[in-house]
Ligand binder design. Structure first.
Ligand code: ZN
Length: 345
């Protein structure tokens, strides 16, 4: 199914437009995923559960940046890609090890190179990723809790229409639970440590490790000719999960990201953006939360108490998901652990 082209913006205009104006790209809609054509052969894929992915269609084959939250999600993604190309997927880049970027890996055969930083292979093979964060609270306990809550709601709902809607939600949640059971954590079969460059016809695709930050091994995928960078969760257009972060190094790594010559960021969550000012704003947020949590810790608060108290509302203008004091407890616990690792007081 091909949707109508909505509008095309000259790429040179991207950098001139203010952040607040959402870009409009030609859209092709699959069953699950929406593909926005941001450059020739480069599509930003959204609408799946979990991360946003990137599809790069080359002369002979296709490269994917991240592949979905479950094997079922990856299969839906691969089916949908057929609406934009019939070339075979030969390369997958995992931007980092988290479930929402790698749990589709198991659907690919040996003809597909799954490439990531060395740390991703180490993490998936040694961290017991299905029994640690962020999988536990985001998936493992969240889906059964949703099933419980919906079952209780259905039992007391009198309105037939509302009850039918709840039953549909329950069926969807049960499908999700079955899909989680199919996950087989699958590490990349090609790794690198600082930089890898792929040449696909005229297209140059750089895989860059710019330093630790969001995790110990995030890759950014940089297309120098198109001036596009795919940042995974190292830089989202919103606040990223911080439960595996290295905070001061993250600020430095984002500085290295800003030094790349790009006009467009395709993030792992949120929406494409072109303004490097948003990266500066996120650097400010990271420095601020680290300092404020350290102060609360010095006052004797536990990490969970600090998570309810830390006030980052001054960053709400850049990150509107901040609606009051408090921050994700998993990130604040990580700041405490990171301070312990570094022997900080
Ligand atoms: Zn993610």
């Amino acid at each position: 199914m091909r949707a109508a082209t909505i509008a095309v913006l000259a790429p040179g205009l991207l950098a001139l437009l203010p952040l607040a104006i959402a870009q409009v790209y030609p859209v092709t809609q699959g069953k699950t995923y929406k593909f926005e054509k941001v450059a020739d052969g480069v599509y930003y894929a959204t609408g799946g559960f979990g991360s946003n992915n990137v599809v790069i269609v080359n002369d002979q084959d296709v490269l994917l940046v991240d592949d979905g939250t479950t094997p079922a999600a990856a299969r839906a993604f691969l089916d949908d890609i057929k609406v934009i190309t019939n070339k075979p997927v030969r390369t997958v880049v995992n931007t980092h090890f988290h479930y929402d970027h790698t749990d589709g890996n198991s659907v690919f055969g040996p003809e597909v190179q799954i490439i990531a930083h060395d740390y991703v292979r180490m993490a998936i093979t040694t961290f017991d990723v299905l029994n640690r964060e962020p999988f536990i609270t985001s998936q493992k306990t969240a889906v059964p809790a949703r099933i419980d809550a919906l079952t209780k709601q259905i039992a007391t709902e009198k309105d037939t229409q509302k009850k039918a809607a709840l039953q549909r939600d329950l069926a969807a949640a049960q499908t999700s639970l079955n899909q989680l059971k199919e996950i087989k954590p699958t590490p990349p079969n090609v790794t690198y440590s600082s930089k890898m460059v792929l040449y696909k016809g005229p297209r140059e695709i750089q895989l860059l490790f710019l330093g630790r930050g969001h995790t110990g091994g995030d890759t950014v995928v940089f297309l120098p000719r198109e001036r596009i960078v795919c940042t995974g969760d190292l830089m989202e257009s919103r606040l990223a999960y911080m439960g595996d972060a290295f905070f001061d190094e993250w600020v430095t790594t984002l500085g290295a990201l800003k030094n790349l010559d790009f006009a467009l960021v395709l993030p792992g969550h949120g929406a494409p953006f072109g303004d490097k000012g948003l990266i500066t704003a996120f650097q400010g947020y990271l420095s601020d939360i680290t300092k404020k949590v350290a102060d609360l810790r010095a006052q004797g608060l536990t990490a969970d108490q600090a998570a309810t108290r830390v006030d980052l509302t001054s960053h709400a203008k850049d990150f509107p998901q901040i609606t009051g004091p408090g921050a994700d407890a998993r990130g604040v616990r990580r700041i405490y652990a990171w301070m312990d690792e570094r022997g900080k007081k």
